[in-house]
Design a protein around this ligand. Structure first.
Ligand SMILES: [Zn+2]
Length: 330
């Protein structure tokens, strides 16, 4: 937000010097319309050209739907009466009305939600709230560049890993990014301890994880704080016993290039303070946006790939349907 606002301010100054004064002197009747037009112009039309994102399916097939309450659901079947049979946030099927989505360029997945807060920092900042704030800001920045973006979770409610993944596999975006923040580091580190997990079987997922790692570390390195990390911080993978990916959000999205981003440690007080700051949230969102744009528009390989040490500690709890209550859908 800070960065884009600064960009707009620069453009306003330039257009004011170059064009506003002549317009005002040549026609007093247009002055009142010129000013509102200038101030309400979308930032993207002045700060950056729209990018040529891959076209979405033009077949009119409803693959996901946004309910009147703003909840996004994977469509199982479109009914003849205009309603949709969908996969409910807590699992199972539910019939809803709503706005059909045929596809997406990017699906963002804000981790946790509802009575699953994710990691909670020492000052009480919850991972679920930070994840959503950064996902919403990333969506805003990507849409300003012309992308079609869908969030798997749009407010503070429970949704299972399976229902999140169904949205992604239905919509078949160019990239799926699950936004999380970390806890339980190995110790201090002389710089950001970002971790980006890729799907072991997907070279494109690996490339995206390297780009996200590169942009996160580039952006976060401007902050001189007491960073913490695992000793194998970087772009990496976690295998499951018997093969494949350990993390459900990565194996359930197989077929869609997916990255699990653990950008910083919410358990570390100085990092928690940054993550609670809307200005820093915008910085992280901008790093994700840059990485996603590079993923789609270049063949850059990314960097920061590490060989992870073997892990036995389980992933955090949650993501299933036990005790799950659906949010209002009508
Ligand atoms: Zn998490």
């Amino acid at each position: 937000m800070v960065v884009l606002a600064a960009g707009i301010a620069v453009v306003w100054e330039r257009s004011g010097d170059d064009t506003a004064a002549p317009v005002a002197t040549t026609s007093s009747t247009t002055t009142t319309t010129v000013l509102p037009t200038t101030t309400t112009a979308p930032p993207t039309t002045t700060t950056a050209p729209l990018l040529a994102w891959p076209a979405l399916p033009g077949d009119g097939v409803a693959r996901a739907v946004t309910t009147p309450t703003g909840v996004v659901l994977a469509v199982v079947r479109a009914n003849a009466d205009g309603t949709f049979l969908t996969q409910a946030p807590c699992g199972g099927e539910v019939t809803v009305t709503g706005l059909a989505l045929t596809g997406a360029n990017v699906v963002l997945d804000p981790g946790h939600g509802g009575d699953e807060p994710g990691a909670v920092g020492p000052a009480g900042i919850t991972e679920k709230a930070v994840n959503l704030a950064i996902a919403l800001e990333t969506e805003r920045q990507l849409e300003a560049l012309g992308a079609t973006v869908v969030l798997t979770r749009t407010a503070d409610y429970r949704i299972t890993l399976a229902s999140r993944a169904a949205i992604a596999t239905n919509l078949q975006p160019q990239l799926f990014v699950s936004i999380h923040h970390n806890a339980a580091p190995d110790g201090p580190r002389d710089g950001p301890g970002a971790e980006t997990y890729f799907q072991i079987a997907s070279a494109e997922s690996k490339r995206a994880s390297g780009l996200i790692y590169e942009e996160l570390v580039r952006a976060f390195s401007a902050y001189d704080i007491a960073w913490v990390a695992d000793s194998d911080a970087g772009a990496k993978y976690r295998p499951r016993d018997g093969g494949g990916d350990y993390y459900g959000i990565l194996y359930r999205t197989a077929g869609v290039p997916a990255v699990l981003s653990e950008a910083a440690f919410i358990s570390n007080p100085p990092e928690e303070a940054l993550l609670a700051d809307p200005g820093f949230q915008a910085v992280e969102a901008e790093a994700l946006t840059k990485a996603i744009v590079r993923y789609v528009t270049t063949q850059d390989p990314g960097r920061g790939f590490v060989e992870p040490y073997p892990r036995t500690e389980p992933a955090g709890p949650g993501g299933g349907s036990d005790g799950c209550t659906n949010p209002p859908l009508t």
